[in-house]
Design a protein around this ligand. Structure first.
Ligand SMILES: [Zn+2]
Ligand SMILES: [Zn+2]
Length: 135
């Protein structure tokens, strides 16, 4: 089973991901834009039990950003690390926090209707105005 690691910018928080992501994508929703200060985020989903905090649990702050999602970030440097989705039993890990590229590449762009005008999508991945259709 593959293992990946990640950390925040200052290095006080480190985490491990055991196994492969089930899906991944770009999200351009307002919450992702505001929390990243960029055009959105790239996240990958994995079962929450496959992710563990290896260092600095006490530095993690949680922000309940919506009904189903709690954003987790380093209270020292402010890096957004992952979102907890307890009702799905999943965590959505921000790919930018990972130390090496995961096998699962981003598959689509979500919430493109909220994408800022100053950012053009130049790849050929599928684009969804909001959420992708549920399987
Ligand atoms: Zn930090
Ligand atoms: Zn989003």
């Amino acid at each position: 089973m593959s293992t990946n690691t990640g950390s925040c910018l200052c290095g006080k928080v480190e985490f491990c991901v055991h196994g492969e992501f089930l899906y991944a994508g770009y999200c351009h929703c307002k919450m992702c834009r505001k929390s990243s200060g960029g055009a959105g985020t790239v996240v990958g989903g994995i079962q929450s039990e496959k992710m563990s905090i290896s260092k600095g649990d006490e530095h993690i702050k949680r922000f309940h950003r919506s009904k189903g999602t709690t954003s987790c970030f380093c209270s020292h440097c402010g890096s957004m690390l992952y979102g907890e989705k307890p009702s799905m039993g999943m965590v959505h890990i921000r790919f930018g926090a990972l130390n090496k590229s995961p096998k699962q590449m981003p598959q689509a762009h979500m919430h493109v209707s909220s994408k800022p005008d100053w950012y053009d999508i130049l790849d050929s991945l599928p684009q969804f105005a909001e959420f992708p259709p549920q399987k």
